[in-house]
Write a protein that binds this ligand. Structure first.
Ligand SMILES: NC(=O)c1ccc[n+]([C@@H]2O[C@H](COP(=O)([O-])OP(=O)(O)OC[C@H]3O[C@@H](n4cnc5c(N)ncnc54)[C@H](OP(=O)(O)O)[C@@H]3O)[C@@H](O)[C@H]2O)c1
Length: 239
């Protein structure tokens, strides 16, 4: 951690989690808050779920911001509201994503553009807009999927895995770009929700959001400062 005036935040400081009101994002927001972070909870439509997370963390240490994480202008506002309330950004988790089950034949232009906007354009430009407010020693953690590495992936994941493949390359090269600022960029790969997928796992089960959040918390802390540009597979040995 660098330059923080509140000593109780020894490892974690100001975090933004897009899609932080549900699923992996919610578990990550709560885990980072447990470690001492102030957390901005981004969501797109369900204010009550976001408010619930804010209430759990405490309104003095948390903020809910409604913004489309696939829209650059709205992401810029998310950054502005974060910096206005908390002054800077130490941990960026562009977690919000969409998984449309589309193979080549069934993908429409709208499906493609929507998936690219939320899964790629949003994380890319959120990092760009946040970068001026990110101090050396900070962390950006993107989310991918184990399906990028499994040979058993089925054709209806084509569109989704195409977007996450781009995120993996973005992570690899952005880490070199932001290394000049001392910022580490990493990627957590999580497993699929569907029961069927559990059968592909050596442990015969799917992971929990909390198990993903544990790894994001590690990647967000000082203990991971010599890791950057890596894909960390959080999948129980599935791939
Ligand atoms: N779940 C898995 O097994 C799995 C597997 C591999 C990878 N991942 C990746 O992990 C990430 C989280 O997945 P998840 O399954 O936890 O997601 P999820 O449960 O579907 O996440 C929902 C959250 O995302 C928000 N959201 C949706 N669209 C948004 C938008 N356009 N702008 C801002 N926020 C938006 C929702 O807010 P509202 O409710 O207000 O709309 C809510 O907070 C994704 O990137 C996903 O691809 C997940």
């Amino acid at each position: 951690m660098t330059g923080h005036s509140q000593p109780e935040y020894t490892d974690f400081d100001i975090a933004i989690v897009t899609g932080g009101s549900k699923g992996i994002g919610r578990a990550t927001a709560l885990r980072l808050a447990k470690e001492g972070a102030n957390v901005v909870i981004n969501y797109s439509s369900d204010a009550s779920a976001a408010d619930e997370v804010v209430n759990l963390i405490g309104a003095d240490r948390s903020l809910a911001v409604k913004a489309d994480a696939g829209n650059i202008a709205e992401l810029e506002r998310l950054v502005t509201e974060t910096v206005t309330k908390f002054g800077k950004i130490d941990i960026l988790v562009p977690n919000a994503g969409v998984m449309l089950m589309k193979d080549l034949e069934t993908t429409t232009e709208h499906d493609f553009e929507m998936s690219m906007a939320l899964n790629i354009k949003g994380p890319y430009f959120l990092a760009q807009k946040a970068a001026p407010h990110i101090a050396p020693g900070s962390h950006i953690i993107f989310l991918s999927t184990t399906l990028c590495a499994t040979s058993t992936v089925t054709p209806n994941y084509l569109l989704y895995v195409t977007t996450k493949g781009a995120v993996e390359q973005m992570t690899r090269v952005m880490s070199k770009d932001l290394a000049r600022k001392g910022v580490s960029v990493m990627l957590g790969k999580s497993e699929q929700v569907f029961k069927m997928i559990a059968g592909f796992s050596p442990q015969n089960r799917i992971g929990t959001p909390e198990e993903i959040a544990d790894v994001v918390a590690f990647l967000s802390g000082n203990g991971s400062k010599w890791i950057t540009g890596q894909t960390v597979r959080v999948n129980g040995g599935m791939a």
